[in-house]
Design a protein around this ligand. Structure first.
Ligand code: SF4
Length: 218
């Protein structure tokens, strides 16, 4: 096959959760070919290896049928969202779609998982994600530093409460940017949060600092 590259395929953020249609599954098989290996990841993406020169064409074909295609590896994964069982409006579907568009596929020091839950029941497990967003009535809580892997697991801690819809995406992007600028090598996000401290991250994401102008530390 020559040089290959891994791509991450995911369905749109939608009511009902991570749903593929039969047509999308058939098209994935058709586009990737009979010999392709398709891996189901724990973070709701399908990984597939494609020839480097075919990547753009494969991406275009899959996007035409409503799928998202992002890089695999050291990037932010597509948003790991809940099923929006309380309905599009109450669970914040539109916000989750916009958040996914803003964060999916950003190059990061280590793979970054961002979860979204439409209510405090948190069925998408936002507290075991690097960044977890939970809709609380008409505002959002943001948690950071969840670590589900290994023997030293930990729950994410509350970073900000009462975040407005307008503040949400700039705040999450500011966190990702701050991590990119200040992580030591391949430092995991949870360890980064512990080293920097929650208070400093809180300060960095306070009103007026989101989305730019945040400090860089040594
Ligand atoms: S987090 Fe809440 S809105 Fe989302 S699927 Fe679970 S119970 Fe439903």
């Amino acid at each position: 096959m020559g040089e290959t590259v891994k791509i991450a395929i995911s369905p749109a953020i939608q009511l009902g959760g991570s749903l593929f249609t039969p047509n999308q599954l058939a098209e994935i098989g058709h586009v990737l070919g009979a010999d392709a290996k398709v891996e189901v990841t724990p973070f709701k993406q399908l990984y597939a290896e494609v020839a480097l020169e075919q990547r753009d064409a494969v991406k275009e074909k899959l996007e035409q049928i409503g799928l998202d295609v992002n890089p695999a590896g050291f990037v932010t994964k597509s948003l790991i969202a809940c099923n929006f069982c309380k309905g599009a409006e109450e669970a914040g579907l539109e916000t989750a779609v916009a958040l996914n568009e803003a964060i999916a596929g950003i190059a990061t020091p280590t793979p970054l998982k961002i979860g979204y839950a439409g209510c405090a029941l948190g069925t998408s497990e936002p507290l075991i994600k690097d960044i977890g967003v939970v809709k609380m009535r008409d505002k959002f809580d943001i948690y950071v530093g969840g670590e589900p892997k290994g023997l030293k697991t930990s729950f994410a801690k509350l970073l900000r409460s009462g975040v407005t819809e307008k503040q949400l995406i700039p705040t999450v992007i500011a966190l990702i940017d701050f991590y990119k600028e200040n992580a030591k090598g391949k430092e995991k996000f949870g360890k980064f949060v512990d080293r920097i401290s929650l208070d400093r991250l809180k300060d960095m994401t306070l009103m007026g600092k989101e989305g730019g102008g945040h400090e860089t530390i040594d």
